[in-house]
Design a protein around this ligand. Structure first.
Ligand code: SME
Length: 176
């Protein structure tokens, strides 16, 4: 595993996404543990792009439950009908919120968060497995560039989930 993430600190976001995506791919390639990989992905995004908060909410029963994240402490459980995360979950689409105060139902985990992007993560059946949530302390901080960059990272996560499901199925078959 590489010791550190390499990226051009003063480059624009598009360049930084292009630089870190192959490194994120390499980082998760030889590790099948989902929590470990999501933790490293949150850390990589926070370090390279300097976001205020980066993390995952994963579907558990009828709620989204806080998973690995980087940033200030956050709310632990989100109902499907609440928040930007719930909206992305229900509508199965990426949501960019330029000003969180103008989004009905936004859940303010921190008053410092001003804008937000949430992306659904799908399982092989096309159901939402969880969401990637990124918050900024600046208004209107997310654009199509973030949507495209983060969606590429979500696709890496989806492949990883599929691979680790496959491995679990194979090891169960070996036991029974
Ligand atoms: N703002 C989110 C809640 C999670 S925090 O931002 C970490 C929402 O409205 O769903």
């Amino acid at each position: 595993m590489a010791e550190s993430l390499k990226f051009s600190k003063s480059a624009n976001r598009q360049t930084i996404y292009e630089e870190i995506i192959p490194q994120i791919e390499a980082l998760v390639k030889n590790e099948t543990d989902l929590t470990a990989n999501l933790a490293n992905i949150a850390a990589a995004l926070k370090e390279a792009l300097g976001f205020f908060w980066v993390g995952f909410y994963l579907k558990k029963g009828n709620q989204l439950v806080l998973g690995p994240f980087q940033g200030p402490i956050a709310c632990t459980r989100i109902d499907f009908n609440k928040g930007v995360c719930g909206y992305a979950y229900r509508n199965k689409c990426t949501v960019i919120v330029p000003n969180v105060d103008e989004f009905p139902d936004h859940i303010a985990c921190s008053s410092l968060s001003k804008s937000e992007i949430v992306l659904p993560i799908f399982d092989k059946q096309g159901e939402v497995f969880g969401v990637l949530d990124v918050d900024s302390d600046k208004l209107n901080d997310f654009s199509e560039i973030d949507k495209q960059g983060l969606e590429k990272i979500v696709r890496i996560i989806e492949d990883m989930i599929e691979k680790s499901n496959q491995m679990n199925a194979d090891s169960l078959k070996a036991i029974f």
